[in-house]
Design a protein. Structure first.
Length: 192
């Protein structure tokens, strides 16, 4: 069996996030702590190229390791996902998001996830409660993909920013710092 793959922009986004979110000293410490092969391949990786998921897991673990507090690790993982989602929303997905309704966006989220993860794991969105200003989500089949659920929730939040909601709130069930790769997570994005 071959290793699952992920699009390169998740990797390059993690490196960019580390550079802007952490102090130069912390960013350098995180980067030098990564396996040499990851540092070498990430430097040459294009945003749409495929990369082994294990490299993404290493970066997610590095981001989660900055703080011992679960709440702070959660915030950093969420911020990383939001950074990647915002980059995509202002880059390759900009045209789609400019013409999309929120309901169409919610319908397409599973396709966007599958496109980036070669259908590894499954993201489901329930767009029925859109009129109630909430979007329930379910992420499954990601056992072993440490911390991706929180990053994915941030990614969705970052993608939703162009819809200009005053406040986006997220919640999740299933992830903890000690159990970073649950088989399933339920999440919700709500706004006002």
């Amino acid at each position: 069996m071959t290793e699952p793959l992920v699009r390169g922009y998740w990797i390059t986004g993690a490196l960019g996030f580390m550079g802007v979110h952490y102090s130069p000293e912390m960013s350098e410490r995180l980067l030098t702590g990564l396996p040499r092969g990851l540092r070498t391949s990430a430097a040459q990786l294009g945003p749409v190229e495929w990369c082994p998921r294990s490299l993404h897991v290493e970066l997610l673990k590095a981001i989660a390791s900055v703080h011992t507090s679960e709440a702070r690790a959660y915030d950093d993982l969420l911020a990383y996902g939001q950074y990647v989602g915002s980059e995509a929303a202002h880059g390759p997905l900009k045209s789609f998001l400019l013409i999309s309704t929120l309901k169409l966006f919610a319908k397409k989220l599973p396709v966007l996830w599958a496109r980036d993860h070669q259908e590894d794991g499954r993201l489901e969105s329930d767009f029925a409660p859109i009129e109630e200003a909430r979007l329930p989500l379910r992420l499954s089949g990601v056992r072993g993909y440490e911390h991706v659920g929180i990053a994915a929730l941030g990614w969705i939040k970052g993608l939703m920013a162009p819809f200009e909601h005053k406040s986006l709130r997220v919640k999740q069930s299933g992830w903890s710092l000690a159990h970073g790769a649950p088989e399933e997570m339920t999440c919700e994005v709500a706004w006002s």
